[in-house]
Design a protein around this ligand. Structure first.
Ligand code: 2AM
Length: 518
């Protein structure tokens, strides 16, 4: 049975008889966000479609959580809405797509003008733009907010990427700033140590208003695209250390531990070290990774990033490669069959100079990572023109420093780069990153060519290098491409000795009449 607590006895930060905020959708992320808000002194009304789940959560709170007295469950949506102080702030964490529209439709008859609906799921930014527009016409504020950091992030400090109107941010900001991850002002390192009932105090908060309508969800999508490539690069480094150097998972774990003390220091590198030293829970003599089927799943945000890059014409090839790498992995049965038929070079395990090769892989990983981030930021730079946003890239890197899955020491350098030069055209051109690539590219090139020589598939390392070499090329063979297009389709071409925007055409021989012998 749903326990409806007397809201009059429970007060949050607003000093009134109503609760500060409401949350719909009590899956793990929703539950943890509620507890995080309660820990920070906010009284929270909660509602879930399946009431039993809500009751279970309330009972668990009462048994285990120091802030349980600030969490109030409601079995009926109307009572839930009425329990929240105006302007109401109602967060929902439900599946992206139709469920979000369904929740909005159910809420609409119950809420008032000026109330704020906050979609904290992984919605597509175009849906968010549409919803914001529709709801603004009804006088309702709508905020699409990226929430990153997984379950633990939601509980003790996520990175929060809100869009929506400035007015909505005024109301939501105090809550979002309080519950977001906190980082050290100088180093950008995440301040750790939060525990139930005792949130982290001080530090810079990992949230900022990113822009109107879909800006927050767009930035979250790019974050996820970057997460895909970060993970793919880590996996390729692992594959090289394993294949080329014949290292065992626990030895590779030590390498990642070591990398985590340097420029590559990040959450994903840290957890890679953990995963690699993990033993299989079923067969303790085996390493866990060796028992995991090599077929990757995906939920779609990486694909959206790559698709949007194609749509707006930005070469985010490393991000796209990370998505394709997952697709290729998923063709497990085909690969097993092909492995018996398609020949390649035999990998010759390198036994000597291990340290030298490990350092080379480290350099290849770092350079590829710089290119991947450069692509992600270029994508956002182009998208803001399309959607009329004014994104602050220094700030975006700043709010990714803590809480989220891609949190890394490296992000402080990106913040520094965009703080120094707000109009920076490409991250690779920033003096710090330029120097890093210049210093490490020889090793990067060697690793990419060794992969090709030994038949180790490392698409992201190679693709990032092709991007680097393409971006720094004054002349690309697109001159020939334009010539071909003009030949077969009269698509015209621009000339190197004329201003851009003037188009020319050569009167080619009739392309329908073959000029070659069959
Ligand atoms: P449930 O517990 O009733 O399934 C994540 O799936 C969360 O979203 C769950 O809390 C789930 O509720 C909720 N959810 C999914 N679809 C929904 C919908 N159409 N309306 C309301 N909540 C929904």
């Amino acid at each position: 049975m749903a326990k409806k607590k007397a809201a009059t006895k429970k007060r949050g930060t607003n000093g009134a008889t109503k609760n500060d905020v409401g949350l719909i959708g009590l899956a793990v992320m929703g539950q943890n966000l509620v507890l995080n808000m309660a820990d920070h002194g906010f009284s929270v009304s909660v509602y879930n479609r399946t009431t039993a789940k809500m009751n279970e959560f309330i009972e668990k709170c009462e048994a285990e959580e120091p802030s349980a007295n600030r969490v109030h469950g409601y079995a009926k949506l109307k009572a839930f809405v009425q329990s929240i102080a105006k302007p109401r702030k109602i967060i929902f964490l439900v599946k992206a797509g139709r469920p979000v529209d369904m929740v909005i439709d159910e809420l609409l008859p119950l809420i008032d003008k000026g109330d704020i609906l906050i979609d904290g799921g992984n919605s597509e930014w175009l849906d968010t733009i549409r919803r914001e527009k529709d709801l603004a016409a009804k006088g309702i504020n709508f905020v699409g907010s990226g929430v990153s950091g997984g379950e633990l992030g939601a509980r003790f400090g996520p990175s929060l990427m809100p869009g929506g109107s400035k007015e909505a941010w005024k109301s939501l900001g105090p809550i979002w700033r309080a519950i977001a991850a906190k980082v050290d002002k100088k180093t950008g390192a995440e301040l750790q140590g939060a525990e139930p009932g005792k949130p982290v105090k001080g530090g810079e908060t990992c949230t900022a208003h990113l822009g109107p309508d879909g800006a927050g969800h767009y930035v979250k999508m790019v974050h996820n695209g970057i997460e895909y490539i970060d993970m793919q690069l880590i996996c390729e480094a692992y594959a090289i250390l394993r294949g080329l150097l014949g290292m065992k998972p626990d030895e590779i774990s030590k390498v990642f531990e070591d990398w985590n003390t340097g420029e590559l220091s990040s959450y994903l590198i840290e957890i890679t070290a953990d995963v690699l030293q993990q033993k299989d829970p079923v067969n303790k003599r085996k390493f866990f990774v060796d028992s995991v089927l090599d077929a990757a799943g995906q939920k779609g945000t990486g694909k959206w990033t790559a698709m949007n890059a194609l749509d707006i014409g930005i070469p985010a090839n490393a991000i796209g490669e990370a998505v394709y790498a997952r697709c290729l992995s998923a063709l497990k049965e085909q690969r097993v069959a092909a492995s018996k038929v398609l020949k390649g070079p035999k990998v010759k395990v390198i036994k000597s100079n291990r340290k030298k090769y490990i350092d080379m892989v480290c350099d290849a990983l770092y350079c590829s990572k710089i290119c991947a981030y450069a692509q992600g930021f270029q994508l956002m730079a182009e998208a803001q023109k399309e959607y009329n946003w004014k994104l602050n890239f220094g700030e975006i890197a700043k709010i990714w420093r803590g809480g989220c899955i891609i949190r890394a020491r490296f992000l402080q350098k990106i913040t520094d780069a965009y703080t120094k030069d707000k109009k920076l055209q490409n991250l690779m051109l920033d003096p710090y990153f330029k120097k890093a690539i210049h210093g490490s590219q020889d090793n990067w090139r060697k690793i990419v060519s060794m992969c090709a020589e030994h038949g180790i598939s490392a698409p992201a390392f190679g693709s990032a290098l092709a991007y680097y070499d393409g971006y720094r090329s004054e002349v690309l063979p697109a001159n020939l491409l334009q010539g071909l297009r003009d030949y077969f389709g009269a698509h015209t071409y621009e000339r190197v000795d004329k201003k851009r925007g003037q188009f020319f055409h050569v009167d080619w021989p009739d392309p329908k009449r073959p000029q070659y012998k069959v």
